[in-house]
Design a protein around this ligand. Structure first.
Ligand SMILES: [Zn+2]
Length: 413
């Protein structure tokens, strides 16, 4: 038996038996170190939402924070619909129905049932032959339901896909103050510690973005403690970040080096990360690369989908980087006139546009002094915040308030 294959979804008259996860599969998930916490099963899982995705086939991605131990799926006829019951699950926020203009899915709606069951109902335009599987994603899971009908590439582009039916969400910006705790980062000639300066700037950036309509910032750390680089990526993913900004201060042995820099991930960094993911995706636990479902695909197709996903993210990272750099140029000197690319681990999210900002050189005596100046910290935070906001105004994803406003503005012509 191929443990990775999709399991078919029964008709409503053949519910019992095939709907529970097999013990073997459950053990596989346990064995892969998937349980977010020892209490993972006892705590209610939270449904974050569902999306319709067009790849070679049409699928529904349902994101859950926590563990779904026993999802029940069944199909109904006249009118055709698919029902998904998630046991021990609540909605993480009020979820309103989302309608789709075209494609096999007409609408997705949600209802909390008695006994802690979250019900997701998918209203269909045609009958489908669904199957499903569960893949791990951060500290939660994604239920991937393949509807078994061909995807339409024309419907794959996000901008045409969703007619907003529910409340619009804010775009999420993950702010990552570099270093912390046992890792002080670079240290200036006057003993200024990078970890303190970048936290001060990050807090100001948080304040700046909190005051921005349609944007909710989150911080990877808001105190002086150590976080591993991979953990920072996972935190951003768990918060469903749309943009990731890591804040640092530079240091160089040539003490006159000065100015701000903005980095995005290098091609080398991206391809080595893709190779690692491809290797890991041999295990069920790493079957998702960003939003791309990898398992069950041919190796060449996997590679192609990975390249596509990475190119899109890299291009967006360069875009937000350019916006931020343009604003930083108005604040003071920049070290390099364009966005640089480097193999920084913290920039390796496959699906979140990510930049690293070196605010100034802490190793330069003058800039060390400026970095300690609340006015300069404020200017840096404003510049980064302005740049990110400009990017989001153009490119915040569907389902956000900013995307809806952009579409309305475009409709007005
Ligand atoms: Zn640093």
């Amino acid at each position: 038996m191929n443990d990775r294959s999709n399991r078919p979804v029964p008709r409503s008259d053949s519910l019992p038996g095939s709907r529970t996860l097999s013990r073997r599969r459950f053990m596989t998930l346990m064995g892969a170190g998937i349980m977010a916490s020892p209490m993972g099963i006892a705590q209610a899982a939270a449904l974050a939402g569902a999306r319709v995705v067009h790849q070679e086939t049409v699928s529904l991605h349902i994101d859950i924070d926590g563990q779904v131990t026993d999802p029940s799926l069944f199909s109904l006829d006249s009118p055709p619909r698919l029902v998904i019951d998630l046991h021990g699950t609540v909605a993480s926020a009020a979820l309103s129905p989302v309608e789709y203009e075209s494609g096999p899915v007409a609408r997705v709606r949600y209802g909390q049932q008695a006994g802690g069951v979250m019900r997701v109902v998918v209203d269909l335009r045609r009958s489908v032959s669904p199957s499903y599987r569960i893949v791990e994603r951060g500290s939660g899971q994604r239920l991937l339901i393949d509807l078994g009908v061909r995807g339409d590439p024309a419907l794959a582009s996000a901008s045409h896909r969703i007619v907003e039916g529910g409340p619009l969400r804010d775009a999420i910006v993950a702010i990552d103050a570099g270093h912390g705790g046992k890792d002080p980062g670079a240290i200036g000639q006057r003993q200024t510690r990078e970890k303190d300066i970048v936290l001060a700037v990050a807090r100001r950036l948080y304040k700046r973005l909190s005051a921005t309509r349609g944007v909710t910032p989150v911080m990877t750390r808001d105190s002086d403690h150590y976080i591993a680089l991979r953990e920072r990526i996972e935190m951003a993913r768990d918060k469903h970040a749309d943009v990731f900004v890591s804040v640092h201060a530079d240091a160089f042995k040539r003490l006159t080096a000065h100015g701000s820099s903005v980095y995005a991930l290098s091609r080398d960094g991206a391809s080595s990360e893709a190779a690692a993911w491809l290797a890991k995706s041999e295990n069920e636990s790493a079957a998702l690369f960003g939003d791309v479902a990898l398992d069950g695909l041919e190796p060449t197709l996997r590679q192609t989908l990975l390249d596509l996903a990475q190119n899109t993210t890299l291009e967006a990272s360069m875009d937000v980087g350019n916006e931020v750099l343009a604003k930083l140029k108005q604040v003071g000197a920049v070290h390099k006139p364009q966005v640089e690319q480097a193999n920084f681990a913290v920039l390796k999210s496959p699906d979140i546009p990510s930049i690293l900002v070196e605010t100034a050189f802490i190793s330069n005596l003058q800039e060390e002094k400026k970095l300690n100046d609340p006015r300069f910290q404020h200017q840096l935070a404003e510049a980064i915040g302005d740049g990110v906001s400009r990017f989001l105004a153009r490119r915040a994803p569907d389902g956000t308030l900013l995307a809806a406003e952009r579409r309305r503005a475009a409709d007005r012509g």
